[in-house]
Ligand binder design. Structure first.
Ligand SMILES: [Zn+2]
Length: 369
């Protein structure tokens, strides 16, 4: 490792350490991270100049000079994430600690027109004004898009939900007077979730809604794959010649684990299904048991391939969490190494995950430089 990399690595370590502690002195940081005090002093000076670190008052000492503690100044910068879906625009503001400071959801149907993008940009300004957020602290605006996003070319290559092909992100960004980045919604949701889990740098995010998708995150970075189709867990074949999937093929995980499997044709939404389940409806109980069997098959396959933590997100994650014992039993039964399924996590950000992940793109960059 060259000296520049080493310094960046040490800087990252110090930021992480401060992130997890409510304040620490130079000496404590140096001792905990096995670094020299001069190294820590130098890096803290840099971070202070960036406004990232602030004094946190003096700590009690046994005598002599009282050491000054420092902490991360989470509110020195902020970042915005916008999740665009067919019927909604979700906006979040997060600080450097990945805390959602403000949130707004607007009902507005997507159309690929300048009017729609102008409306979105106007909503952003209203949102920032409503909370009196100074623009000089804004790192940028991340966009979470439902489709395949080429992040190098900043191009939404295809979105079945929005019915667009090859839409340059610039078509949206030109209405927004701040730096703009974009990525796929599931990738970003995964990024948001993994940030919240201590000591986990690689994980699979499995998103379960009407569609089943996901993201592969390795060393805190999204792995997009050769053609941007990585993490399409919904189209893993789990039953040979099985049920027809929305993609037209047979036996995909999505054909067994889409939330439509639970709701159609008797319930309007998952909430209705689960309240009937709670009331002891026998049909729902059988449906749920069989659903969990297939889901466990999919999760076990993912675990066998990646051998890393798996985060369950999407509309159904809260119900899965409530019945986590049922899922865990099945996973244990399928696991050839008798691993307890404590590699499984449940979404913390729920329907704000994609927007939060989009905002995080800028925070991640900022903390990394
Ligand atoms: Zn499929």
């Amino acid at each position: 490792m060259n000296s520049l990399n080493l310094r960046a690595e040490n800087r990252r370590k110090i930021i992480n350490f401060l992130y997890e502690s409510s304040g620490a002195t130079k000496k404590k940081i140096a001792k905990s991270l096995n670094l020299s005090v001069p190294t820590v002093t130098l890096i803290l000076k840099d971070l202070t100049e960036l406004g990232l670190v602030q004094p946190a008052g003096t700590l009690q000492s046994s005598g002599g000079r009282k050491p000054t503690a420092v902490h991360l100044a989470y509110d020195s910068k902020y970042s915005v994430g916008i999740a665009i879906t067919l019927y909604h625009i979700r906006l979040v503001v997060i600080n450097l600690g990945e805390e959602i400071v403000h949130y707004k959801c607007v009902s507005h149907t997507f159309e690929n027109t300048a009017q729609y993008y102008q409306y979105l940009a106007d909503e952003l300004e209203i949102f920032l004004n409503d909370h009196a957020l100074p623009r000089n602290k804004l790192l940028g605006v991340g966009l979470a898009l439902p489709g395949i996003v080429n992040t190098d070319k900043l191009l939404l290559e295809y979105s079945p939900t929005l019915q667009v092909h090859d839409l340059p992100v610039q078509a949206i960004a030109k209405f927004i007077p701040y730096p703009v980045l974009a990525d796929n919604e599931a990738n970003l949701a995964g990024l948001a979730e993994i940030w919240r889990i201590n000591d986990v740098e690689s994980a699979i995010y499995l998103s379960i809604n009407k569609g089943v998708g996901g993201a592969i995150i390795l060393q805190n970075k999204i792995y997009s794959g050769a053609t941007g189709h990585s993490g399409e867990f919904g189209h893993m074949t789990i039953v040979k010649d099985g049920l027809t999937c929305s993609c037209g093929k047979r036996g995909c995980l999505e054909a067994y684990c889409s939330t439509n499997i639970l709701t159609d044709p008797n319930f309007n939404d998952v909430e209705e299904f689960f309240s009937a389940l709670k009331m002891g409806n026998q049909y729902c109980i059988r449906k749920w048991q069989s659903y969990l069997d297939y889901l466990a098959t999919g999760i076990n396959n993912i675990r066998m391939i990646f051998n890393c933590d798996i985060i369950l997100g999407g509309e159904i994650s809260q119900y899965l969490e409530a019945d986590s014992n049922l899922l865990s039993q099945r996973l244990l039964g399928l696991n050839p190494f008798n691993e307890q399924p404590n590699y499984l996590h449940y979404s913390k950000f729920k329907d704000k995950a994609s927007a939060t992940g989009a905002a995080l793109l800028f925070v991640d960059d900022y903390l990394d430089t």
